[in-house]
Every structure is written in structure tokens, then in C-alpha cells.
Design a protein around this ligand. Structure first.
Ligand code: GAL
Length: 908
């Protein structure tokens, strides 16, 4: 019943424009009924059909999020047999009806759907208008001739599965329904504005164009005006209000003057090298799926701007048109990606891939046309992307040919073809640091075809996906950024991805693949964003803000700070630079272009002291208030001299006789400390394979054997061997307790035995204390978590948090919350009693064990017990991003090695 034809009865695609022609908003409650297959009676299309027994469903929405069936998640796999263009008989089909009133004289009206997933057949007053596929593309039908004055009835049949589903295999929830706006409009205007950064303006269409602020009135189509303009850039998104007066309507639009070009293999905007500091954004809301409210789109843009993101790839389909207006207005560079992915054919050896089958040619080209025509007037869009992960083939070439002809002003992007035959930029995903460096230097592995190779060597490089932000991470962001900064050919990249697609769930907190009983699913692979499902920034986004900062603050020599301007299109006059030591803040005089500046003189103190320089906005920007921090840097002024520890006795601590185990510390019942190597595996370890090595080594089931206990007046030495069963690997571990004047000192000395071939998760001790000591104050890096290759947002200072606040709520529970370089921490109860632990260590504190954290599948599985479990670590293994991409770089690996952890326990 479904074939390759993408649509029938559609009007020619045109620009999304705000005209003054009247329109009727058809959003709101519609009558709705769901059938399990595609064959229910069509009698509902009759305008006199009685639908009083039907339910009401809001439009826009996805029906599975309103209790009809359920969502399903797969990444690559099609959730049906691969046999194009056929789809299963089980094909949830939603019938929609909407009655609406129309005034007289609407015989020129057009019916517009901004997005229906996946196949919609449309009837107006019983007359079939046609059908549309292309879920994230606008579709317009001529409606006027069948409209009547007064009561009209619209009937729409939406199939979840259609031939088009083979072209929409993006890594996301399968969510059918009319999920974007429906409008009846008398606007039919179309125009294509071309505006370059040097002030050349022309347009295609009819009527006359005026830009009052530029003194331009009545520009005719095809005529080029020369104007004195301030160019548009993401950093300075200047838009000029324009009015287009056509035969039947007046359209208001906002024009941004900007030019994209490629010269000598460098991507330029307005003639200036462009560095994309981007994210991949899916449209997602935890309650509404891809029916994203306008305020949420705006929130995304504001959050991106506030975190120094300057670019978005609309993975992997054109977003709601309003999102692009927001990108124009607030300033984000956009790669607009076509609604196309056929990744699942890869699982069938790419046999019958639609990308190379002429039967699909129309469908491919129509998708491209519908995207480009809709979005062509946005200055924010700097590249067109053919789609994502669709293999290779002639239909991609046809798309590229069409767009080259229609809009030569924007380069073409597509990642799926290494030869770059159809593109203008060289794009890769998840390339290693080594590969990116080779590309940066022009030393990439050559293609077999010398012509294509030579062509590709002249292209700028876009890392269209990197740093997979799944769970804890991504690690190693700076290693990529340093390369993008160093090599002109590297135009930067886009983190995968913006948001965790967790669907709000009554019992599970947030649901992911498998939570709705899907027979084929990809579990929590859909939870891989920089913001949690409710858009709370994760530590990964806070790190990214530092890495992407348009100002770099470093300290080249004593008494000086270097301020580097990394904006492409702006100086630093909108920023104030504040140097703070303890409570004293001085404003620095920084030249507009940056430079090296003297720091205020400070008086040395005996305690450790740091100087922090912050760059903050002097005035409100549309996306952040005055005072908003853009960047910071820190330097240590004074290193403390270790306090002399005069001898004392071991009276503060009680040990068990035979085993030398600590039982009580200052009267508080404690368990441990004892050696710990294990951490609850993070997604990068579970999906990247390291977890498997660690389990095979038995690191999650270490045994502890006491070999000797030696006690004298002020010292207790416990010699142990820590080792997993079924292995000859082990760690000779000696705990030495010494009494000092104000408490007790513990030295844990570790000597690995055997051949340790793999890195280890962590090296430290674990202990627990009663639940009431839940107030943490520490001096070290904070306020958030940090691991060897993450935590760039964590600065040195004195911080406080409760144990509950110490947790990072990753949707899929895993190791988290490690505070790094802690010099001292107190864990106290409401009265201030407790313990203080000094040294130089990493601190983790939680109300459940590592084992419970590891077993949990959703946050509600984590149930507080009557203990607080502490990890005091000498070191951790890095984080990397091996859940999809490279693992931890060698410099962030943790190897088993001889080491000593020193901890000083005192009263707070
Ligand atoms: C890429 C793909 C994305 C996403 C990512 C893994 O291959 O383009 O859509 O699946 O991997 O999260």
C-alpha cells in the first residue's frame, strides 16, 4: 500500500514567512481515534460523520505520549523487517478530525502542516487533498476551492509506518503524530533574499523590497542594491527589518547580511576564519517529545549562548521553523540538516540502500527542496547538510546537484561518504585526536582516487559529531579544542549531543529504550546529552563552557595575566575583567583586543591563596544579564607550608584487636577505610569494553587478607594483600596509623604485584560513617565533579554541599560526583560534630554503596541507607568518550603503580 512516492498534491515548497495575510490556527484539541493497522474504514472523512465517540487529542503532539500505544527507541535498527518499501501490518494509524469556521472569501487559502510523523493523508470536506511524508518538513495543500463559508471539516489519517520510514532512521524515539503546527493561511508569498556581508542585497520573487533602516525603498527583484551595513554574525547578530510588498500580501522579514566562503581550505564567514564551537541538537522535550514548545526552543538557544556555544547542527532534520528565527535573532551558526537517515541498511550490508536506488530519487530531492525552500532566508544557516548516515549513492548526488543550482551561497555538508564526492567540506564523526591532528596538518590517509583525494585536501574540516556526551563525560574536550585552535583547516565541530532524550516516567524518573517493553531497542543510548532531560546543565556542559570560551585567561608569569580574544567578530569592550583574591576584587584595564596585563599586588599569606580573573558582561545582552561570566582563569599565589605534626597518641581511634581494623574515630562508628579500585562503570566503560576487562580482572570483587598487625604506643601498622579470586594480580597494601597532636594520620602504601595489563578505575580507600554527617565543606576544586580529563569548570575554593547535592543525577546511574584535589573536607552533622579529613585527595560521598549505584538502572532505584559512603582517592582513570568514539587518552589513564595516599583525620 505504500510506495516510493513521497507525496501527492503538495504545493511547491516556499519560504517560511510572516505575512500579513489572514490565517487560522488549527492547533488545539482534535477528535482522534487510533487503529492497530492501516485498514480502518475511511468513512470518517465524510464531513457528516459522527465522531462524538472519539477521544480528544491535542495538536501538536505525539499520540504515544498521550496514552495511545507507547514510544519506542532504537538507534540504528529499524524496528521492522528491512524490505523496502513495505512496512508491517501492525501499523498504528491515527485518524484525526477537526471542525472549524471560515469567513467568506477564503478561496485562495492554503493548508499547512509543519510536521507530521510519518505519513499523512488529508481530506477537506470529504475531498482528498493528497498525502505527505517527510516528517520534519512542511507540507502545503491548496485548500481554497474546497472550503465553504462557515463550518468545514478536516480529516487526516496518519500512519506511523510508511515507505518514508526507511528514510527516517534517526537515532531517537519513534513518535508518530501531527507534532507541529497546522495552519489554514491565505499567505502564499515566497521570496529568496541574498544579502552579503559587504552590503549587496537582491532577491528573487515578485513585488518590492524595502529596508527602511538602510534607506532602501522599492527594490525590484533581480536588481542588486549596495548598502552600508553591519554584517550579521553569531557574535553580533545584526538584523534589519525589511518589508516585502507583493501582489496579495505584505511580508515582514529580518535580513542579516553575511557571506560564507571557503578559501585555501579554510571556512570563512564574512571573510574571517570561522571556528564552530557547536552542539548537535535534536528537538526534544521530556513530556512532549519532538512537539517542542516555543519557550523551550528559546530556552535551548539561551542556554547555548550562555555556555559559549556558537553553532548548532540540526541533527538530523530541519527543526521547527521558529528555532531558526531564534538562531538568527540571538546568533548561532547553523548547519541545517535534511530529514534523512537510512543507517539501518548498514545492518544489511547496505543492500537495497535507498540512497542508491533510483526508485527513491524523487523522495530524496523533494526532501532537500522542501528544506532549502523553507529555510533559505536565514542568515544563521551557513551550510546545507544532505542528511545523516545514509551510506553513499546517486540520490545524494542528485540532492547536492539540486541545491548547488538553487543556492550556491552555502557549502554542502554530508558525513557519510569519505570521498566527499558531493560535498564542499570534509566531515567526520568521532575521529580520534590523532586523526584530527593529521587532518589539521593535511596529512590524512589518502583516498584511492587521486582526483577526489586532491579535492578533499582542499576542503575545510568539520567534526560534525565528537565528544559523545553520554552519562559521565565527555572527557578530553580540551585536547580537541587545542587542535581546532591550532590548525586553520579545522573549522571546529559539534558535540554529540545537546540533550538526554529521557521521557518523564511516573515510576522510573526518566525512561529510555526498553522501558516500554520494546522487543528491539538500544537501551540508554538515547541518554547522551549535555543537558539532562529537564535541561539542567550537566557537568559536561559546564566544562564545555570553559573549553568554548571566547576569551582565554592564562598566567604567563608572576604578576601578569594574559587575556586572549578568541572571538572572530568582536573585541573585548563588552567585558569587564575582575581580579579577585579572597574577598578583594580589582577591575583590570584590558585593551579592546586583549593582551598581557599587570595583576594587582597582593600581600602573601600563610594559607594557600588563589587569584581568580573573571570576564563578565558589562551590560545586558539579549541572552544574558550584565555580570554573566564568560570566562575565568586562576593562579595560585601562595602554597601553604605543611603544618608541623607533633607526635601524639592514637587515642582518637579505636581498632579491632586481631585485624587492626578501624572501628571508631573520635567516637564515631566507622567502617573502613580500606583499599578500593572499583567504581560503578560509566557508560563509556560499559559501551566501550573497559568494563568487561575490569570485571574479567575481578576488580569488582577484591578480597582483603591481613598478613600482619603491629602496634606500639602511637603507631599501628596493618600489612594486607588485596587481590581478586582466580588471579595472581594483587596489591600489597600497608595501612600505617600514627597518632598526632590533633588527631590521627593514615598512610596507605600500595605496591602492585603481578602483571597489570589494563588501567584501573580508581585507586583510593573507601569508608563509611553514619548518615547524620551529611554536611560537606571542602577546600579544593568545586563546586562540581572533576575527573582527570573533565572538570575544567571546577575551580579551587571553599565549597559546601549536602551529601544529596554531592550527586550528579545521571539518568542512568553510574560513577559521579568526585570532587578533585581536596585539601581538606569536613563531614558534619547539624550540630557541627563530625570529622575533618586533610591531605590531597578526591572525595566522593553518597548515601548508597558503589554496588547499589552499579545495580541501579534508574535514579529511583537509589535508596538512601543509614550510612554515608566515602571514597577518598589518590587517583581516578579518565572518562574519555568511548561509548561512541575514542577512549581515554594515555595521559589520563590510571595504571596500577606503587603509591601512597596520606590522610589526616581530625575534629572539624
Ligand atoms: C552517530 C549518529 C548519531 C548518534 C550517535 C551516537 O553515529 O550520527 O545520530 O546515533 O552516533 O549517539
Amino acid at each position: 500500500m505504500f510506495d516510493h512516492a513521497p507525496s501527492a498534491g503538495l504545493r511547491a515548497p516556499r519560504a517560511a514567512l510572516a505575512g500579513d495575510a489572514p490565517a487560522i490556527d488549527l492547533n488545539g484539541p482534535w477528535s482522534f481515534r487510533l487503529s492497530p493497522d492501516a485498514h480502518a474504514s475511511l468513512d470518517f472523512v465524510n464531513p457528516h460523520y459522527d465522531d462524538s465517540a472519539w477521544d480528544r487529542l491535542p495538536v501538536p503532539s505525539h499520540w504515544p505520549l498521550h496514552g495511545y500505544g507507547s514510544p519506542a527507541y532504537t538507534n540504528v535498527s529499524y524496528p521492522f523487517p528491512i524490505d523496502p518499501p513495505n512496512v508491517p501490518d501492525d501499523n498504528p494509524t491515527g485518524d484525526y478530525r477537526r471542525v472549524f469556521e471560515v469567513p467568506e472569501g477564503w478561496d485562495d487559502a492554503v493548508l499547512r502542516f509543519d510536521g507530521v510523523d510519518s505519513h499523512a493523508r488529508v481530506w477537506l470536506n470529504g475531498h482528498e487533498l493528497g498525502f505527505t511524508t517527510g516528517s520534519r518538513l512542511a507540507a502545503e495543500f491548496t485548500a481554497g476551492p474546497w472550503l465553504v463559508t462557515g463550518r468545514n471539516v478536516l480529516a487526516v489519517r496518519v500512519h506511523q509506518w510508511s515507505a518514508a520510514s526507511y528514510l527516517e532512521d534517526q537515532d531517537m524515539w519513534w513518535l508518530p503524530g501531527i507534532f507541529r503546527d497546522v495552519t489554514l493561511t491565505r499567505s502564499t508569498a515566497d521570496l529568496f533574499v541574498r544579502a552579503t556581508h559587504d552590503g549587496r542585497l537582491s532577491f528573487e520573487g515578485d513585488g518590492l523590497l524595502s529596508v527602511p533602516a538602510l534607506g532602501l525603498t522599492g527594490l525590484e527583484p533581480g536588481v542588486e542594491a549596495r548598502l552600508d551595513v553591519t554584517p550579521w554574525s553569531a557574535e553580533n547578530p545584526v538584523l534589519y527589518d525589511a518589508v516585502h510588498v507583493g501582489a496579495t500580501e505584505t511580508v515582514r522579514l529580518r535580513i542579516g547580511f553575511r557571506t560564507v566562503s571557503i578559501e585555501n581550505g579554510v571556512l570563512l564567514a564574512n571573510g574571517v576564519p570561522l571556528k564552530l564551537r557547536g552542539v548537535n541538537r535534536h528537538e526534544f522535550h521530556p513530556d512532549h517529545g519532538r512537539a517542542v514548545p516555543y519557550e523551550t526552543m528559546r530556552e535551548d538557544v539561551l542556554l547555548m549562548k550562555r555556555h559559549n556555544v556558537n553553532a548548532v547542527r540540526t541533527s538530523h532534520y530541519p527543526p521547527h521553523p521558529a528555532f531558526l528565527d531564534l538562531c538568527d535573532e540571538y546568533g548561532l551558526w547553523v548547519i541545517d540538516e535534511c530529514d534523512l537517515e537510512t543507517h539501518g541498511f548498514g545492518q544489511a550490508g547496505w543492500r537495497r540502500n535507498p540512497s542508491d536506488d533510483p526508485a527513491w530519487a524523487d523522495a530524496y530531492v523533494e526532501r532537500m527542496r522542501r528544506m532549502v525552500e523553507r529555510d533559505k532566508n536565514h542568515p544563521s544557516i551557513i551550510m546545507w547538510s544532505l542528511g545523516n548516515e545514509s551510506g553513499t549513492g546517486r540520490n545524494l548526488g542528485l540532492m547536492a546537484d539540486w541545491v548547488r543550482e538553487r543556492d550556491p551561497s552555502r557549502p554542502i555538508h554530508y558525513e557519510g561518504d569519505l570521498t566527499c564526492a558531493d560535498t564542499d567540506v570534509y566531515s567526520r564523526m568521532y575521529a580520534s585526536v590523532a586523526e584530527v591532528e593529521a587532518i589539521g596538518k593535511g596529512e590524512e590517509t589518502p583516498l584511492d582516487d587521486p582526483t577526489l583525494d586532491a579535492r578533499r585536501r582542499r576542503m575545510p574540516f568539520v567534526h560534525c559529531e565528537y565528544a559523545h556526551a553520554m552519562g559521565n563525560g565527555p572527557g578530553g574536550l580540551l585536547d580537541y579544542q587545542d587542535l581546532y585552535d591550532a590548525h586553520p583547516r579545522l573549522a571546529g565541530g559539534f558535540i554529540w549531543e545537546w540533550i538526554d532524550h529521557g521521557l518523564r516516567h511516573e515510576k522510573l524518573g526518566y525512561a529510555y529504550g526498553g522501558d516500554y517493553g520494546e522487543p528491539v531497542h538500544d537501551s540508554n543510548f538515547v541518554i547522551d546529552g549535555l543537558v539532562f532531560p529537564d535541561r539542567t546543565p550537566s557537568p559536561g556542559l559546564l566544562d564545555l563552557k570553559v573549553v568554548f570560551a571566547p576569551v582565554r585567561i592564562t598566567f604567563p608569569s608572576t604578576g601578569e595575566v594574559s587575556i586572549e580574544n578568541r572571538y572572530g567578530f568582536r573585541d573585548l569592550t563588552h567585558l569587564r575583567f575582575e581580579a579577585t583574591v579572597e574577598d578583594v576584587t580589582t577591575i583590570l584595564e584590558v585593551p579592546a583586543e586583549g593582551g598581557v596585563v599587570k595583576l594587582p599586588a597582593t600581600t602573601p599569606t600563610k594559607d594557600e591563596t588563589w587569584l581568580t580573573v573573571r570576564a563578565v558582561l558589562t551590560a545586558d545582552e539579549p541572552w544574558a544579564p550584565a555580570g554573566h561570566e564568560i570566562a575565568w582563569g586562576q593562579v595560585r599565589l601562595t602554597t601553604p607550608t605543611p603544618a608541623p605534626r607533633s607526635g601524639g597518641s592514637l587515642t582518637g581511634a579505636d581498632f579491632s584487636e586481631g585485624t587492626g581494623r578501624l572501628i571508631r574515630l573520635f567516637g564515631i562508628e566507622v567502617e573502613g577505610p580500606r583499599l578500593e579500585l572499583w567504581r560503578a562503570p560509566i557508560d563509556n566503560e560499559r559501551f566501550g569494553g573497559l568494563d568487561w576487562h575490569w570485571r574479567t580482572m575481578g576488580l569488582h570483587r577484591l578480597t582483603h587478607r591481613v598478613d600482619a598487625v603491629n602496634r606500639d604506643e602511637d603507631r599501628l601498622t596493618v600489612v594486607t594483600r588485596v587481590a581478586p579470586a582466580a588471579s595472581d594480580l594483587g596489591l600489597r597494601t600497608t595501612y600505617t596509623w600514627t597518632g598526632v597532636a590533633d588527631g590521627v594520620l593514615l598512610e596507605v602504601h600500595v605496591v602492585p604485584e603481578g602483571e597489570w595489563k589494563h588501567p584501573i578505575p580508581r585507586l583510593g580507600v573507601a569508608m563509611s560513617i553514619p548518615a547524620e554527617y551529611d554536611q560537606v565543606t571542602w577546600y579544593g576544586r568545586g563546586p562540581g565533579e572533576a575527573y582527570p580529563d573533565t572538570g575544567l569548570a571546577a575551580r579551587v575554593g571553599r565549597w559546601s554541599a549536602t551529601v544529596d547535592e554531592f550527586q550528579t543525577p545521571y539518568v542512568f546511574p553510574q560513577e559521579n560526583g568526585h570532587r578533585a584535589e581536596v585539601r581538606w573536607a569536613t563531614l558534619t552533622d547539624a550540630t557541627g560534630r563530625g570529622i575533618r579529613i586533610s591531605g590531597n585527595y578526591g572525595l566522593t560521598a553518597r548515601r548508597w554503596t558503589t554496588a547499589a549505584l552499579e545495580e541501579a538502572r534508574h535514579l529511583p532505584d537509589l535508596v538512601p541507607g543509614d550510612r554515608i559512603h566515602l571514597n577518598l582517592d589518590l587517583a581516578h582513570h579518565g572518562i574519555g568518550s568511548a561509548s561512541c568514539g575514542p577512549g581515554v587518552l594515555p595521559q589520563y589513564e590510571l595504571q596500577a603503580r606503587e603509591s601512597t595516599l596520606t590522610l589526616h583525620f581530625t575534629h572539624p
